[in-house]
Design a protein around this ligand. Structure first.
Ligand code: FMN
Length: 193
């Protein structure tokens, strides 16, 4: 399996690093793309550089590099994830404005009918963001905001991140035990009114 994993300049770079780590552990071929603001926020939030990502064992490209392989529809892969996805990158995907490698690879994924998963991060969401999310979904992208879940009673940030990455792997069809699985509960007894 070969995946394109992109990071853009939104908060939540810990998810990006964690996703790379679990994919590498599973021997999945990863082509990572960092937009210039993705690289900057990655450094701010995780202290990791472009070279550190490269040292994890993935092929890494800078967003400015439109000569890179993922810019072409001839590049075979099994899907692309943008995590985290900024509102600017979301706007580019929704509008088909492909002026960097993240946007071009996403545009190509849509035109080639490949899986594209956007993990948008912003709050609150304005009307333009909501319209772009709907537009991206209608174009065929899956929209998976990196939201925490509490029903598994996470005890740490790592457990929260694990749960989201597990659900993302579920969407990619990759077996995992990272996500908390709801086992069901006894139905509460009816209260006599
Ligand atoms: C520390 C930091 C955090 C940011 N967080 C967000 C965010 O959560 N969501 C967002 O849409 N933009 C965020 N931004 C703004 C984007 O980085 C900015 O819009 C940039 O142009 C995005 O470019 P890119 O999508 O090409 O990476 C943040 C910027 C900084 C410096």
């Amino acid at each position: 399996m070969r995946l394109i994993i992109a990071s853009t300049g939104a908060t939540g770079q810990v998810y990006f690093v964690h996703l790379l780590r679990v994919l590498i552990e599973r021997d999945i071929e990863v082509h990572a793309v960092l937009s210039s603001w993705g690289e900057r926020v990655l450094l701010h939030e995780t202290k990791k550089t472009f070279r550190d990502i490269e040292a994890m064992g993935v092929v890494v490209y800078r967003g400015e590099n439109l000569l890179a392989r993922p810019a072409s529809g001839s590049f075979r892969h099994d899907g692309m994830v943008i995590l985290p996805c900024s509102m600017k990158t979301l706007a580019g995907v929704a509008g088909g404005y492909a002026d960097n490698l993240v946007l071009r690879a996403a545009d190509v994924a849509l035109k080639e009918g490949k899986r594209l998963i956007l993990c948008p991060r912003e709050t609150p969401l304005g009307v333009v963001h909501l319209e772009n999310l709907l537009r991206a979904a209608r174009l065929g992208a899956a929209v998976m905001p990196p939201m925490a879940a509490f029903y598994g009673h996470p005890r740490s940030i790592d457990e929260m991140v694990d749960h989201f990455i597990g659900r993302l792997l579920d969407r990619l069809g990759i077996e995992n035990d990272l996500a908390y699985r709801w086992e069901g509960e006894e139905e509460p007894p009816m209260v006599e009114g």
